[in-house]
Write a protein that binds this ligand. Structure first.
Ligand SMILES: [Zn+2]
Ligand SMILES: [Zn+2]
Length: 304
């Protein structure tokens, strides 16, 4: 498919200049992925198909802008569904994990000591729990992304708040928590999906779930890292995937922003896309979805 594109494009440009018909700046390949002559890929068809309308996410394409709206509430289990003690059907208790590397927790031992215990086999385990942020509420999130995302000349750092949206409409945050870098104390408030609400009761993902945890629950819609699933789109319009490529390999050519240009299961023409970090963050077993700068230019977002 890639070959086809590179053969087709010069021919198209040639024919375009010879008959001086410049009204049409897009072309269709075999499977209707629309690419423009500058090589950027039109993401609008994929975006319209992949967001979870069952969870109330709406996608509107107008001109060269795609607007995605959501409440930010998840469609999967979390202890944060225990709103005011209601027995919500998607409630599940906080997770427990074996701590392989206790060093990662030493600095915060005092704060974490109430969460750390020893199981029957003598393993050191941590049982997560909420802090003062106990519930989550619906917001009116809006994120505008370009139909044809392109690389920015000056790469803008991601900031606090929504830097992207998962397919279920839940905001994606970077590796900051408040004005600090995310640490193990804050991470001990994560649910099994690598998310928690902030002070505004704004539920958000920092990391993606580890697929092994959900081996018995593969039908779930948790964003997961140890696979090649499409997780969502960042504010610059570029998609973000789990740690793997579609063939199961781990990419070894990611740039400093965590992405590269290649075909994916969703895009048959090469497109820039992010992958979740492959760094075992603070040896906690979690993988940050996205840190650092955007590859493209982030569009406006609002909601919380
Ligand atoms: Zn957070
Ligand atoms: Zn890739």
């Amino acid at each position: 498919m890639k070959k086809y594109f590179f053969i087709l494009l010069p021919f198209y440009l040639l024919s375009c200049s010879s008959d001086s018909d410049s009204s049409d700046d897009v072309t269709n390949n075999d499977d209707n992925t629309i690419i423009s002559v500058d090589g950027s890929v039109d993401i609008s068809t994929v975006v319209q198909n992949v967001f979870d309308t069952d969870n109330g996410v709406t996608v509107n394409v107008e001109g060269e802008t795609i607007t995605i709206n959501s409440t930010g509430l998840p469609d999967h289990k979390t202890p944060y569904w225990d709103i005011e003690g209601m027995a919500h059907e998607l409630y599940e208790p906080f997770p427990s994990y074996i701590i392989d590397d206790t060093d990662a927790y030493d600095d915060d031992a005092e704060e974490l000591s109430r969460l750390i215990s020893t199981d029957e086999e003598g393993n050191t385990i941590i049982t997560y729990q909420n802090n003062m942020n106990m519930d989550m509420v619906a917001f009116d999130y809006s994120m505008e992304i370009p139909t044809n995302p392109t690389e920015a000349e000056n790469k803008e750092e991601t900031d606090l708040g929504l830097i992207g949206m998962a397919l279920n409409g839940v905001p994606i945050y970077n590796d900051s928590e408040g004005r600090a870098v995310l640490g193990v104390v804050a991470m001990s408030t994560f649910d099994s999906a690598g998310a928690h609400p902030g002070p505004n009761s704004d539920y958000h993902y920092h990391t993606a779930a580890q697929l092994s945890i959900y081996a018995e629950d593969n039908g779930s819609t948790y964003p997961t890292v140890n696979d090649s699933n499409l997780i969502g789109f960042l504010r610059d319009g570029f998609p973000i995937y789990g740690r793997q490529e579609a063939d199961g390999s781990f990419p070894d050519d990611l740039d400093e922003n965590g992405g590269h240009t290649a075909t994916t299961a969703d895009f048959s023409e090469a497109i820039y896309h992010y992958h979740c970090s492959s760094e075992n963050y603070l040896n906690t077993g979690w993988y940050i979805m996205k840190a650092g700068a955007y590859h493209g230019t982030p569009g406006p977002s609002s909601g919380n």
